[in-house]
Design a protein around this ligand. Sequence first.
Ligand code: SF4
Ligand code: SF4
Length: 290
Amino acid sequence: MDSKPKEYPVIWLQCSTCTGCLISILNTVSPTIKNVLIDEVIPGKHVNLRFNATVMAGAGDLVMGVAEETAKREKGGYLLLVDGGIPTAQNGGYGSIGERNHQPVSMLDRVIEFGKDALAVIAVGTCATFGGIPAAAPNPTGCRGVKELLESKGIKTPVINVSGCPPHPDWFVGTVASILLFGLPSADQLDDFGRPLAFYGKLIHENCQRRAYFDEGKFAKKHGDPGCLLELGCKGPITYADCPTRLWNSGVNWCVGSGGGCHGCVQPEFPDLLSPLYVKTIEIETLSKK
Ligand code: SF4
Ligand code: SF4
């Protein structure tokens, strides 16, 4: 019997990103990032990270060759991960990943090149899913999310969106583990924005520890006050994520729990349509008080 674990090759491209998404995911606690990358994250299954510009030791043609060779050899069988928005203006001239024939290859061309032959793409973080901060007005680099970009090119590779600025490590690890265990998610396991309902299915406002204050009409006037944070700009009433129950930093706290309010970082409207972040932009009259 062959006891070798089944390998899932992964190519991870970083485009217009602050690298916060990767840092968040590297901080996964259970499983640890070592478990994810070195061990069998699911018994009998192993993620083989073949390319990531931040964590790999090599550089230049050598590592680009590994990515290109992986895409060729594992056509239709590798996962492409992307964090950061994709700059599309000036024919992709605002960002490049490696070279070909001594010429830079744009992030735009790399996402298309590796996206078209992948088993699936996981867009990691709000920039890769919806454009996010690099796509904020006036968006001079023409940044777009991966799904929108691939669809505009007629590429039908499934794209799973794991939004967040940054995404919770559990959202990413859980999505990858689910693919390894059960295959690609079906349409009824994703929301209208292609996000796993397991993590993005519930409204923050309905699970918030300050919800009782909202129902009683008690609103904080300044940070540090008790009360609902709506008047201080909380976007929990229009944001879908499990932060109130999952918590961050291995269960330590979350945005509302720390008194800062939710910025709606997982939403496609983030940041432009949710700004200013600390100013009330949601009217109570529009909210259900059920
Ligand atoms: S508005 Fe924000 S702080 Fe107030 S109950 Fe809703 S999610 Fe919680
Ligand atoms: S509470 Fe809101 S701003 Fe904070 S991580 Fe969750 S979705 Fe993002």
